[in-house]
Design a protein around this ligand. Structure first.
Ligand code: NAG
Ligand code: NAG
Ligand code: NAG
Ligand code: NAG
Ligand code: NAG
Ligand code: NAG
Ligand code: NAG
Ligand code: NAG
Ligand code: NAG
Ligand code: NAG
Length: 798
C-alpha cells in the first residue's frame, strides 16, 4: 500500500504544480490536454505551449505576451512541428535527460525531436527574447529555437548564412508555405516564391540588378540582425528603420502567407499588432506566384488581391491558387496552322521569355509565336527606351498581372475553334479563397495490447484502487486550497494579459445582480444585462444546455473569440464552472433589429446601413478565408444595434466550422435555424453551404424593406392590416415584376412606417438583391461578398 500511496501522491503533486511555469526539468513533459501546461519567460514576455492549429490538431509553439494564444491577437513566432500537428489527446513534449526534446503524438509515435549527442540536459526554459533553450549541466546551451526559425525573426535573433524563413501556407494553415526569405548565392537577401510548379524571386525587384538597388554583393558574411529598437541591418548593406523606431516594444519580422515581409510591433495599450515596415506595398501584385501559373493577379479596392484564370483555363485545385490554372481546350502541338490568338487588355506576364524582338510589327510577332511550338502567347509592348514596339514570346505564363493603364497587350495562344465572350476576356476576379482550415486530425490511437505486464498492472491497480479511494478524500482535503491558488494565479494571468477573460460564476452573478435584468432569450439561453467590475456594461448569456465538457466549450469559445469584425458582436469572455456555461458579450444599446422594426426611429438610411453592415459581417464569416464559418440562424433577433444603429451579427452559437474542401458538412444532421428564415435545403436533403445564410439574409432584408414578417403579420401599425398572412416572398416577387409596367407597385410594398421617405433606387436594389438571395436553387443565390458589392455600389450615390 505504501509505495502505491507515494506514487499516487507524487502524481497528484505533479498535477497541482502544472500551472504556467518557468522551466521544465529534464525527465518531465508538457501535456496537450492541460491548457495550463505552458512555459513562461521570466518577465512574461513570451509563452510556449501547445497551440491549436485546427480541429484536434496542435503544434508546440512560442508566442508573445499572453498565456492563451488566440489567432486574431496572437501570432506564433516559432513552431516545432508546423507540418505535422499532433492530436489533442495524449500528445506531449518531453525533455529527456539525454538532452533531446521529443514531441510524441497519441500512441507514442515521435513526430518531432531535436538531436543532441552525448550531453545531459537539466531543463528547458524560455528566454525573454523568445528563445526556447535546452540547458545543459554546466548551464550551456544544448539546443535553441533561435537556430531553427519558422517564419519569424525576433529582435536579437541573428539571421545567419543558412537561415531561411518560410511563410505559412495561409492564415489558417500553419504548414510551411511557398515564400522564403534567405541569402542567395549572390550574398543578397532575397524573397522568393518557391511553389509547386515554378519559382521566381521578386524582392529585390528582378528587373534591375541588386547592386543597382543598393545591395552590396561582395560581403560573404551573409548575416542580418534586427535590434529591439526597430533597426534592421543586413550584410548586403540593406537596412531599414521601423516607423516607431526607438521604442522598446515586442516586435516580430515575418514572411507573411501573402509573400510580403513585414515588421510588426505590439501596441502596449491596445494589445494589437501593427505593421511598422513592409518590404513592398501590400496593395500590389508584385509578389510573384500568388495566383499560380496561367492566371492573373489583380488588386481591387474592396476585395484586396484577387486571382483569376486566363480565358479558357480553369483552376487546378478549387481551394488553392498556388496550383494555378490549366487549359480546358486542346492544342495538339501548339504550332499547327489552326492556332488562334485572343487579346487580353492590361495584362502583363513577368519572365519566362523565349526571346524578344524589337522594332517588329504585330503580324510578324504573331506569326513568330504561331510557328514556335513552345510559345504560349506573346506580349506586344511599346518600349520607351527603344522608342519602338517590342515583341516578347512567352514560354510559360507565370506572374500574370492585371495592370490598368498598362501600355501594351497580351495575345494568348488558343485553339482556333475557341470562342470567348467579352465578359470572359475581361473577367479579372474570382471568388475563391486560397485556403481551407485544417481538417480534423485523424490519427489512430494505439490499442493497448493485452500483454501479461498490462494485466498485472491492471489487477494491481484494481487492488490498490479501493484503498486509494479512501485516501483521495484525505488528500483532497489537504490539497484543495493549493489547487485553488494555482488556478487563481492562472486566472490572474489571463486578466492581466488579454481583453478576453475567464470570469467566475460569482463575478457574473454579482455583475447581473443575481441574473435579475433579462434582456432577451436567444437560442440556447437567456441573456441578462450586467455591469462588470471595471464598469463596462455587458450582455451575459447563461446557456441552458450546458452539457458540453469544459474542453469542448473552450474550443468552441475560442473559435468564436477569434472572429473580429466591426459587424460581428464582440465576445469579452466566458465562464465555465461546474454545470454553468456563460458567455459575456458587449452590450448593444438598441437591442435587436426585431425590436426596432416597428419603431419610427429606424429611418431609411439606418435601414440601408443595417443591410450593408449585416452583409459585411456575414461576408467576413463566409469569405475572409480565415475559417469557414456559417451562422445558420440569421434573423432579426440576431442582428443587434449599437447606440448609433450600427448592426452587429450575434449568436454565432449555432455556427459550426465548415470544411471548405467540399463546402458541404455532413455533420449537419440536425435542422438548425428558425421557421420563416430557413433555406429550403434544410428540409430537402441537400448539402448545407454558406448559401443558407444568404437565404436567411434575403428574408431579413425583405422584412426590413416591407415591414412584413415572413411568418405572417406586419410589424408596423400602418395601413397594411389587410395583408396579414400573405406569403412574403411570392408577394414581393410579384409586385416587383409588376413594377416594370407600374412603378407605384414598389411604393405599395414598402414599409408604411417609412411614410414614403426613402431612396427609390436604393430600395429597388435592396429588394432585387434580397429576391436573388431567396432563390430556391442555392446556386442561383449570390455569395455574401457579391451582395455586399452590389449594395456598396449604391451606398454613396445619393
Ligand atoms: C537569455 O536572456 C538573457 C537576458 O535577457 C540574455 O543575457 C541571454 O544571453 C539570453 N540567452 C540566450 C541563449 O538567448
Ligand atoms: C503550369 O501549370 C501546368 C498545369 O498545372 C503545369 O503542367 C506546368 O508545368 C506549369 N508550368 C510551370 C512553368 O510550372
Ligand atoms: C560584412 O557584413 C558584416 C555584418 O554586417 C560587417 O560586420 C562587415 O563589416 C561587412 N564587411 C564588409 C567588407 O563590408
Ligand atoms: C552601405 O551603406 C552606407 C550608407 O548608405 C554607405 O555609406 C556605404 O558605402 C555602403 N557600403 C557598401 C559596401 O556599399
Ligand atoms: C508604452 O510604450 C511607450 C513607448 O515605449 C511608453 O512610453 C509607455 O510608457 C508604455 N506604456 C505602458 C502602459 O507600458
Ligand atoms: C482544337 O480542338 C479540337 C477539338 O477539341 C481538336 O480536334 C483540334 O485538334 C484542336 N486543334 C489543335 C491545334 O490542337
Ligand atoms: C525569336 O524567336 C523567333 C522564333 O524562333 C525567331 O523567328 C526570331 O528571329 C527570334 N528573334 C530574335 C531577336 O532572336
Ligand atoms: C525600324 O524598322 C524600320 C524598317 O525596317 C526602320 O526604318 C527604322 O529605322 C527602325 N527603327 C528603329 C528604331 O530601329
Ligand atoms: C471557384 O471558382 C470557380 C469559377 O468561378 C467556381 O466554379 C467554383 O465553384 C468556386 N469554388 C468555390 C469553392 O467557391
Ligand atoms: C495545409 O498545408 C499543407 C502543406 O501544403 C497541406 O498538406 C495540408 O493538406 C493543408 N491542410 C489543409 C487542411 O488544407
Amino acid at each position: 500500500m505504501f509505495p502505491s500511496f507515494w506514487i499516487f501522491l507524487s502524481l497528484l503533486c505533479l498535477q497541482l504544480s502544472s500551472a504556467v511555469r518557468q522551466s521544465l526539468p529534464s525527465g518531465s513533459s508538457l501535456s496537450v490536454e492541460k491548457p495550463s501546461d505552458v512555459l513562461v519567460s521570466p518577465e512574461g514576455a513570451f509563452f510556449a505551449g501547445f497551440f491549436r492549429v485546427g480541429n484536434n490538431a496542435y503544434s508546440f509553439a512560442i508566442w508573445h505576451d499572453n498565456p492563451i494564444c488566440r489567432a486574431e491577437s496572437c501570432f506564433p513566432v516559432w513552431m516545432a512541428n508546423r507540418n505535422v500537428p499532433v492530436n489533442g489527446k495524449g500528445s506531449r513534449l518531453s525533455l529527456f535527460e539525454s538532452g533531446s526534446l521529443v514531441l510524441t503524438d497519441a500512441g507514442d509515435s515521435i513526430l518531432w525531436s531535436t538531436v543532441i549527442v552525448g550531453s545531459r540536459a537539466t531543463k528547458l526554459q524560455l528566454n525573454d527574447t523568445g528563445n526556447l533553450i535546452v540547458v545543459g549541466e554546466k548551464g550551456d546551451i544544448l539546443w535553441q529555437s533561435f537556430d531553427y526559425p519558422t517564419d519569424t525573426l525576433l529582435p536579437k535573433q541573428p539571421m545567419k548564412r543558412d537561415t531561411v524563413l518560410i511563410s505559412s501556407r495561409s492564415r489558417a494553415n500553419y504548414s510551411a508555405g511557398f515564400y522564403r526569405l534567405y541569402f542567395s548565392d549572390d550574398n543578397v537577401l532575397h524573397l522568393i516564391f518557391d511553389g509547386p510548379t515554378f519559382s521566381s524571386t521578386y524582392w529585390p525587384v528582378p528587373w534591375s540588378r541588386p547592386s543597382d538597388q543598393g545591395r552590396f554583393i561582395y560581403n560573404t558574411t551573409r548575416s542580418a540582425f534586427l535590434d529591439p529598437l526597430g533597426h534592421f541591418l543586413s550584410s548586403d548593406n540593406y537596412t531599414f528603420f521601423s516607423s516607431d523606431y526607438g521604442a522598446i516594444l515586442p516586435r516580430r519580422l515575418a514572411v507573411d502567407p501573402d509573400g510580403n515581409l513585414r515588421l510588426y510591433s505590439l501596441n502596449n495599450v491596445t494589445r494589437k499588432w501593427s505593421v511598422t515596415w513592409e518590404a513592398m506595398p501590400s496593395t500590389s501584385c508584385l509578389v510573384h506566384g500568388v495566383c499560380g501559373n496561367n492566371s492573373l493577379c489583380s488588386y481591387d479596392r474592396l476585395l484586396g488581391r484577387t486571382c483569376s484564370c486566363i480565358p479558357g483555363y480553369f483552376m487546378v485545385d478549387q481551394n488553392d491558387w498556388s496550383f494555378g490554372c490549366k487549359p480546358s481546350f486542346q492544342l495538339s502541338d501548339g504550332c499547327s496552322s489552326d492556332v488562334g490568338f485572343v487579346m487580353l487588355r492590361d495584362v502583363d506576364f513577368y519572365g519566362y521569355d523565349y526571346n524578344q524582338t524589337s522594332n517588329t510589327t504585330l503580324s510578324n510577332c504573331r506569326s513568330m509565336c504561331a510557328s514556335l511550338c513552345s510559345c504560349r502567347g506573346f506580349q506586344y509592348t511599346m518600349s520607351y527606351t527603344k522608342r519602338t514596339y517590342v515583341c516578347f514570346l512567352k514560354n510559360e505564363l507565370v506572374n500574370g498581372q492585371n495592370l490598368p493603364n498598362f501600355e501594351g497587350q497580351f495575345y494568348l495562344k488558343v485553339n482556333k475553334s475557341m470562342r470567348f465572350t467579352r465578359e470572359e476576356l475581361e473577367k479579372r476576379k474570382q471568388y475563391n479563397c486560397t485556403s481551407r482550415p485544417m481538417e480534423t486530425l485523424r490519427r489512430r490511437y494505439r490499442q493497448k495490447g493485452n500483454s501479461g505486464v498490462f494485466n498485472f498492472m491492471l489487477w494491481f491497480a484494481v487492488a490498490v484502487g479501493g484503498i486509494e479511494i479512501l485516501l483521495v478524500f484525505v488528500v483532497w482535503v489537504f490539497f484543495y486550497r493549493d489547487e485553488q491558488d494555482t488556478k487563481e494565479g492562472y486566472h490572474n494571468y489571463l486578466l492581466a494579459a488579454t481583453g478576453f477573460q475567464r470570469f467566475t460564476y460569482d463575478e457574473l452573478k454579482k455583475a447581473t445582480k443575481n441574473f435579475s435584468k433579462e434582456i432577451g432569450r436567444g437560442s440556447g439561453g437567456i441573456v441578462y444585462r450586467g455591469i462588470l467590475s471595471d464598469n463596462r456594461v455587458a450582455a451575459v448569456k447563461l446557456l441552458n444546455d450546458a452539457t458540453t465538457g469544459e474542453a469542448d466549450f473552450l474550443a468552441e469559445v475560442s473559435t468564436i473569440g477569434k472572429l473580429n469584425h466591426m459587424n460581428l458582436i464582440e465576445m469579452w469572455g466566458y465562464c465555465a464552472e461546474g454545470k454553468y456555461r456563460l458567455l459575456v458579450y458587449e452590450y448593444m444599446e438598441h437591442g435587436s433589429l426585431a425590436e426596432n422594426l416597428s419603431s419610427t426611429e429606424l429611418d431609411w438610411s439606418k435601414r440601408f446601413n443595417i443591410a450593408v453592415g449585416t452583409a459585411k459581417g456575414l461576408a467576413y464569416l463566409h469569405e475572409e478565408c480565415l475559417e469557414w464559418v456559417l451562422h445558420c440562424d440569421v434573423k432579426p433577433q440576431n442582428i443587434l444595434l449599437d447606440s448609433e444603429y450600427q448592426p452587429k451579427v450575434a449568436d454565432l452559437g449555432l455556427s459550426k466550422l465548415m470544411d471548405r474542401g467540399n463546402g458541404v458538412n455532413s455533420e449537419f444532421s440536425r435542422i438548425r435555424g428558425t421557421r420563416g428564415y430557413m433555406a429550403p435545403e434544410w428540409v430537402s436533403n441537400l448539402p448545407i453551404t454558406s448559401k443558407v445564410d444568404v437565404y436567411s439574409y434575403g428574408i431579413v432584408m425583405l422584412e426590413l424593406a416591407t415591414g412584413m414578417s415572413p411568418t405572417g403579420g406586419v410589424h408596423s401599425l400602418g395601413s397594411g392590416g389587410d395583408v396579414k398572412n400573405i406569403r412574403l416572398v411570392p408577394w414581393v416577387r410579384q409586385k416587383m415584376q409588376e413594377s416594370a409596367s407600374n412603378p407605384t407597385r414598389v411604393d405599395e410594398m414598402v414599409d408604411p412606417s417609412l411614410v414614403g421617405n426613402y431612396d427609390k433606387k436604393k430600395m429597388e436594389t435592396l429588394i432585387q438583391v434580397a429576391l436573388q438571395c431567396v432563390a430556391e436553387e442555392r446556386e442561383a443565390r449570390p455569395s455574401m461578398g457579391q451582395v455586399l458589392e452590389i449594395l456598396l455600389q449604391h451606398e454613396n450615390t445619393e
